[in-house]
Design a protein around this ligand. Structure first.
Ligand code: TEU
Ligand code: CA
Length: 536
């Protein structure tokens, strides 16, 4: 039914610094990722997304790029990238790069030239002002304007002063950026994750953002961001980018849309374009910000499906390099985490996993003195920093946990023997094997990948139940998101005289067992996937 791989893919995000080190410097790299491609293939994922690997002074660990067409030596070489693409493609794994196009590094030649004078070729590549023109703040602290002693003007930076924002109103900037994309597309990259892509256009008049009443630790959160992001013209730029990338075969753009917590799904969906002529996919983090409960998850998921609509493709994500890991958000409750995985992997659309998620890997414990992340350094303890979710992968319980033969750049999560790939490979009931079974089921079941999703009412509000269907081929997913055993019925199915044949269960109930929708009994924090059999 699907024509494009990205409509029902599973993408595995890799934070390259923390996945596999191949040369003993304690920092993950591209040759390390290549070493682990067989493992990734065993997860039956369709693509990997690498957080930035480009030349960078690492002020924001790669999200400050000084050359988009050069691989940072800490990660490897262009040859390593070409080998990665080749070896990944041999295993039917596509490769996505993370393009940070709202801003560059302060060490990018474009900025170095731009700050030289007001009349050089790059002078209008960034956003300069004689004075601080408005009340805008930077997301990582302080005002969003910094004075440059050389050019004797202020420049705008939505994040760190080391991350000056590009002026996307300048057609030369758009042209130059598209050249960076073409550089990697011509080498076989399958697409891009686009960092804070809704921030690329600012209000031409640089008007003040309206203030928000109340108090929050970050001044950035005390404004409604209507003039420093989400400007109407950004959609025109994305239409151009879509046209540009669709000249290549089967490439994809997934956008990170920076929004107010706990999420703005309608705003995020708007970047897909009314006629789906902007981003192929975009992230909405509402689910990741929503407390674990059947009623809340149902509400958030329905709102996202409605915002995206049947003719476009939603993404589903619970973890990434900016969010505390879900198992830690669930206070180590693995049963809840398994239900969350079951929910994620039985949704329609594109699914995004984060390295270690398949192991139930928790956050690393990072002391203030050991912190690397600029956001954490600035706002600790209000913001714990993002280092905890960037702890290295645990491959085994040997020296350096199989991640490095050197000194790891960041602490590992505790209890390596519990989370190591090596140990979990041996335990049939491990989180890893659980993810593998779910991923295999999704891979072989078109209905679970592309079937329309309808949430169904049951007689108990702690039960989250939804149907997936392609014409008459139907599935029912029932998740008990409470600690207690529940017996419930599903009126909608009773009317239709359906029978429920178990395909998958967390509580070891054997498949093919038939249950009637009149009375489904399910244990606390347990879930089932049923094939619906029409008795009429
Ligand atoms: O993140 C945007 C961003 O600011 C948030 O995700 C933020 O990190 C989060 O709200 C904190 O809780 C993107 C990248 O994902 C992030 O890693 C970069 O630091 C940031 O942009 C700047 O490029
Ligand atoms: Ca290394």
């Amino acid at each position: 039914m699907t024509t494009n791989w990205w409509q029902d893919c599973v993408v595995y995000q890799i934070y390259p610094r923390s996945f596999q080190d191949s040369n003993g410097d304690g920092i993950g790299d591209i040759l390390g990722i290549i070493q682990r491609l067989d493992y990734l293939q065993s997860l039956m994922i369709d693509a990997i997304w690498l957080s930035p690997i480009f030349l960078s002074p690492m002020a924001d660990f790669g999200y400050d790029v000084s050359d988009y067409c050069t691989v940072d030596p800490v990660f490897g070489t262009e040859e390593d990238v070409l080998l990665l693409i080749n070896e990944a493609h041999k295993r039917n794994i596509r490769v996505l790069f993370d393009m940070v196009l709202n801003h560059t590094s302060i060490e990018h030649p474009w900025f170095i030239e731009s700050r030289q004078s007001r009349d050089n070729e790059k002078s209008n590549f960034y956003i300069w002002s004689d004075t601080i023109p408005n009340n805008w703040y930077a997301a990582f602290g302080g005002r969003a304007w910094t004075y440059d002693t050389n050019r004797k003007q202020y420049y705008l930076h939505s994040f760190l002063p080391q991350q000056p924002d590009l002026n996307w109103r300048n057609p030369k900037v758009v042209e130059a950026v598209f050249e960076q994309l073409a550089f990697w597309l011509d080498k076989g990259i399958d697409g891009f994750r686009l960092d804070v892509i809704n921030c690329i256009i600012k209000d031409e008049a640089l008007r003040n953002n309206p203030k928000i009443i109340g108090s929050r630790p970050r001044p950035y959160d005390m404004q409604r961001h209507i003039f420093d992001r989400n400007r109407p013209e950004s959609h025109q730029k994305l239409k151009m980018m879509r046209k540009f990338i669709d000249k290549y075969d089967q490439r994809m753009l997934v956008g990170e849309i920076l929004v107010e917590m706990p999420g703005e799904p309608e705003l995020a969906a708007s970047y897909l374009g009314l006629h789906h002529d902007e981003l192929h996919l975009c992230f909405d983090f509402s689910l990741a910000y929503t407390r674990f409960s059947a009623a809340r998850w149902k509400k958030v998921a329905k709102r996202w499906y409605e915002a995206v609509g049947k003719h476009r493709v939603p993404t589903w994500v619970l973890n990434n390099h900016d969010l505390p890991r879900i198992i830690s958000r669930l206070h180590g409750n693995e049963e809840k985490a398994r239900l969350a995985a079951m929910f994620l992997l039985t949704q329609r659309g594109a699914i995004f996993l984060y390295y270690g998620e398949e192991l139930g890997l928790p956050n690393s414990k990072i002391s203030r003195s050991a912190m690397h992340d600029p956001l954490g350094k600035r706002y600790w303890p209000f913001h714990p920093g993002r280092d905890p979710e960037r702890g290295p992968m645990i491959w085994n319980t040997g020296e350096g946990n199989g991640f490095t033969t050197g000194e790891s750049w960041l602490a590992f999560a505790n209890a390596a023997n519990r989370y190591s790939v090596e140990n979990q490979e041996l335990e049939t009931e491990s989180m890893l094997q659980f993810y593998r079974r779910l991923l295999a089921l999704r891979k072989e079941d078109e209905v679970l990948r592309n079937g329309l999703c309808t949430f169904v009412d049951t007689t108990n509000t702690h039960i989250l139940a939804y149907c997936r269907e392609i014409e008459a081929d139907q599935r029912l997913i029932v998740l008990n998101m409470s600690a207690k055993q529940i017996t419930c019925s599903i009126p909608m199915l009773q009317v239709k005289d359906m029978q429920c044949e178990i395909m998958f269960a967390t509580d070891g109930v054997r498949p093919e067992q038939i249950e009637s929708p009149h009375a489904i009994t399910i244990g606390g924090y347990q879930g089932r996937i049923y094939r619906l059999v029409d008795n009429r």
